[in-house]
Design a protein. Sequence first.
Lengths: 315, 492
Amino acid sequence: MTAYLAKRLIIAAVTLVLASMVVFAVMEILPGDPARLMLGFNASADQVELLRNQMGLNAPLVLRYLHWAGGLLSLDFGRSYTYSVPVVDLVRERVVVSLPLALIALALSTVIAIPVGVFSAGRQGRAGDTLAMGAAQLGVAVPNFWFALMLIYLFAVWLRLVPAGGFPGWNAGVWPALKSLLLPAVALALPQAAILARVARSALIEVLNEDYIRTARAKGLPYSAVLWRHALRNAMIPVLTILGLQFAFLLAGTIIIENVFYLPGLGRLVFQAITQRDLIVVESVVMLLVAAVIAVNLLVDFSYAVVDPRLRGRQ
Amino acid sequence: MKLWKTVLAAAVLTFAAITSSFAARTDLVIGIPLEPPHLDPTAGAAAAIDEVLYANVFEGLTRIGPNGEVLPDLAESWSISDDGKTYTFKLHTGVKFHDGSDFSADDVKFSLDRARADNSVNAQKGLFAQIDKVDVVDPATVKVTLKNPQGSFLYNMGWGDAVIVSPKSADANKEKPIGTGPFKFQSWAKGSSITLVKADHYWGAPVSLDKVEFRIVPDAAAAVPALLSGDIQAFPFFDPDSVSQVKGDPRFHVVIGSTEGETILSINNKKPPFDKLQVRQAISFALDRKAIIDGASAGLGVPIGSHMSPANKDYVDLTGLYPHNVDKAKELLKEAGLENGFKATLKLPPPSYARLGGEIIASELRDVGIDLEIVPVEWAQWLDQVFTKKDYDLTIVSHTEPNDIDIYSRKDYYFNYDNPTFDKIIAELNLTSDEAKRKQLLGEAQKILADDAVVGFLYELPKVGVWDAKLQGLWENAPIQANDLTKVKWTD
């Protein structure tokens, strides 16, 4: 168990270092000068040079990498070029939108997907299964921004139950804030739920065909007991893997949904920073996301060990 | 008896009028497509900064009015010496900054000296280049001495980049802007919205609104439901392609106005074969402006024949010089020795006028034998490759700075255009303040650019505003990029 986790931790650390180099290099190769972007068409070349110096952009590449990476180690993420505030402050403001959104979406997709998967697996090939999997196919195929717009027209414009977009902030109260995250969470969750339901169904069907399930049924256990106690637990590993991947996707990959609902989340921050060549913000936020993804994967690895006792004993 | 009735009726009406004016809304949520990077108009070129703060939070010596005219602002009046080099500004008294400190001539000197200092990163430093010195005569009088007479000086002082700031708060304006305007900054929820509220003491005419929120809505598709649901009541800069969805809805006003955005097909004048006049003229003949406006701007936008807004008083209509004529274009290419046509690239920045217009222009140029490869780029790439390194053949961009015909005389500008006659006219224009003389010089300048077919002049970018039909006082045109809220009010 300890060896298993130690190995995972070392792999995680190496991944972080490599990722930091790749992220930094990619942002450097990208054409575009943040100083020129800030000063626009009318500024002279001398002035752009002056601003570059003030922003510390003229220091040698390796030196800037070491400065940045060293800062990350001491949890100093640098200052944004365009906003001229610490990156940490920007992230703190955004994460209170993105994290709850991702968690709600994740919870929603799990709550929808697992029952649908179980339902479908139990009726393999029958009308209910075909219907549920048809719906799931649709859920995978429909682009989420289009689905989001349909939700807005129905619930915000027509029924006026929720705002069409924007985020009032948690200061405005828990309910108004949650209300504005509801539609985006549904728009995010449904395609994820569709994928998850399909995975849960196929994993469950595979397990239900195992010999031990037949044995359990043969010794007289009722179907529901076999399903819940034996089959579902064994089908959890692929489901957990997908859940882990989805969480990372939900946390960072929400750029489109955040644009449609104009939510001030992490995806928007990164997107804006890329267009404005706010290199330090892009680099630091991407590193944070990399760290989050690695942390979630570690958690998933750890949960395998909980679900599957054989992994605990493995050296 | 009759008189008594009339008096009573009048009293009732007056009472009704007063109560209804008390009952009118005083809050407003405005949608803006881009978030300002920071809130200091003197430290960045982003139009979004002025769209929130200009005339609302910050004021200058002069200001630009709704139709591009120069109006007095913090300076109530001024006099100009006979040699045109000394401007004496008489300032308003009793003006306070939002932090409670008093405004005086010292702040004017501080602001102008700061903007033109060696280490200044003011994005429009050129506006202040002619200032020789700024002297405080008394707390309400300031004297600005120029190196040379400058015809556009009063206009220049009306730019957002020339607003007056206080030495106590100037360095913190990026996060917490302190100005002298009728609205003061309240809060900025980054990525989401910026809120202004009515200032406690304001020296000028009182404003009707108590609270204004600028909400950032980056996606054009999200703007329509935000309007329909009533969440946002005004989009002063609306996406032309979405107009059809709200047009005809009596709840909204759709207002099409003009901007200072000359949308052009920029040509690299030094790069063969574009260095040949015939080739550039052939391109101008090949362009069908109407088709481009229909396709790229939903049919909105006025054709231009040179680098000047048709709304400008000095505009000369030169659109007839190169009518759409494919045969003429082919003939000119033959004269240039290119009867078999040639290949070139067309780099397109992200705005839809460029991406949509580019497709149309590529097909129009193909008709005369010019085969264009379309290269989409982001703004950062465009500024780097096209604007700074001049590594391009053709590109489409809208030059939104007002009165910017002088860019064609700038050394090293990305057009790579060099015409001493044109440079001389601009040099003379800069020294001229006589209106009639300026008009004549500006006319000549426009003519030269059109004759030389320096770039393909397409159309003036429209300003499409959509707002609640009960809202009054928003600008119809955009002589500068601003959302002046000083006259905005709700009617019922």
